[in-house]
Ligand binder design. Structure first.
Ligand SMILES: CSC[C@@H](O)[C@@H](O)C(=O)COP(=O)(O)O
Length: 365
């Protein structure tokens, strides 16, 4: 069984505290929206899809246990809870998108003839549960589609991948995005090796990806971020595959800080650079990456190691958690659950999918 970032059954949610990994696997209960906000902000749970899933499921859990509210009061509670959850972390778009979609859904449910508090509550719980189910499904599609694409397009097999941050089961509902592509290649017997960066300053690569790769018995080597260029030059890297926190209309992509320099190095070495992301991480309303809000994290993430200060007191610190890779550096493409697209193709392709989905839903309603 692969690692689980989230354990959910109706009325009960627990998250694996990722701050304790790889030394201890402790699941901590999340009984309310407020508790979800705190586990997301403190990064006990992190990764763009996992943030949205924990946020929405916490609302489902709170709805299951709360006393019955009058209909308008219930709708107000749901909308305010979603707004609050969006403030937990700003860069990943998944929570904001889920909040927007779920809010629209609640409005729609509330005006249905015969709508009651109970019917609204039930449909919101089911909506959140569906997000969990769909994320795993989409990740598997990303994994398979990305693996097939790389096998067709990338010379020299089996394939060696360099990846950044953590995009696996711990960052999603399961399977993973960039790590999903790696997992699929491995299960097909077509993966030679993975290089995972330690991902300073928060060390998602060293603490989490290395753990997932060892857990899954995938052949892998950990490198410091500063070793990425020499690894590309000397280690036969076939492709760089990373995840995303927000892909905007022109294909510019916000992801864990350090992604941008990997894309520059990949271009220099003629190595294709891929972003693997579900459509829930795509934000077509922003024209380009200049509009993305980049989260800045506390200075201690840089100045301290294991709670112990290693730098001189008084030094200034800048700690942006993400950077934006310009679309022209995403030379391989963007791997989604709907296919692999160049940054230039993405907007039209996803718009078409959304239109078809809208038509299908109208037909079913
Ligand atoms: C499938 S996870 C994709 C991204 O969310 C991931 O690459 C990343 O940047 C995570 O950042 P984090 O700060 O750990 O939440």
């Amino acid at each position: 069984m692969s690692l689980e970032s989230v354990r959910y059954s109706r009325g009960s949610l627990a998250v694996l505290n990722q701050l304790l990994l790889p030394h201890e696997s402790r699941y901590e209960p999340v009984a309310s929206v407020k508790e979800a906000w705190e586990v997301i902000r403190s990064m006990k749970v992190r990764g763009a899809p996992a943030i949205a899933i924990v946020g929405c499921l916490s609302l489902a859990v709170e709805l299951e246990s709360n006393e019955v509210k009058e209909k308008d009061q219930l709708v107000m509670f749901i909308l305010e809870s979603l707004e609050f959850l969006v403030t937990s972390r700003p860069t990943a778009v998944n929570m904001a998108k889920a909040a927007e979609q779920l809010s629209a859904f609640v409005h729609q449910e509330a005006v249905r003839a015969n709508a009651t508090s109970e019917s609204i509550r039930k449909s919101v719980i089911e909506w959140a549960e569906d997000l969990l189910r769909k994320d795993v499904e989409d990740n598997k599609k990303i994994g398979d589609c990305g693996a097939q694409h790389l096998l067709q397009k990338v010379p020299g097999h089996p394939i060696t991948i360099l990846t950044h941050c953590n995009t696996g089961s711990l960052a999603t509902a399961g399977y993973g995005t960039a790590l999903g592509v790696i997992r699929s290649l491995h299960s097909m017997g077509r993966l030679a090796h993975v290089y995972c960066t330690e991902t300073r300053p928060y060390n998602q690569g060293a603490r989490l990806t290395a753990y997932e790769l060892v857990y899954e018995k995938i052949p892998a080597t950990l490198i410091a971020d500063s070793m990425a260029s020499i690894a590309m030059k000397e280690k036969g890297v076939s492709a760089v595959v990373v995840g995303a926190d927000r892909v905007v209309a022109n294909g510019d992509t916000a992801n864990k800080v350090g992604t941008y320099q990997l894309a520059i190095a990949a271009k220099h070495h003629g190595i294709p650079f891929y972003v693997a992301a579900p459509s829930t991480s795509c934000d077509l309303r922003l024209a380009d990456g200049g509009h993305i809000v980049i989260e800045e994290r506390p200075s201690q993430e840089l100045t301290d190691v294991n709670g112990k200060r290693i730098t001189a007191q008084g030094i200034g610190v800048w700690n942006p958690a993400f950077d934006v890779t310009p679309c022209d550096l995403i030379t391989g493409g963007i791997i989604t659950e709907h296919g692999v697209f160049s940054p230039q193709e993405l907007q039209a392709a996803l718009t078409k999918v959304m239109k078809e989905e809208g038509k299908r839903q109208k037909h079913e309603a």
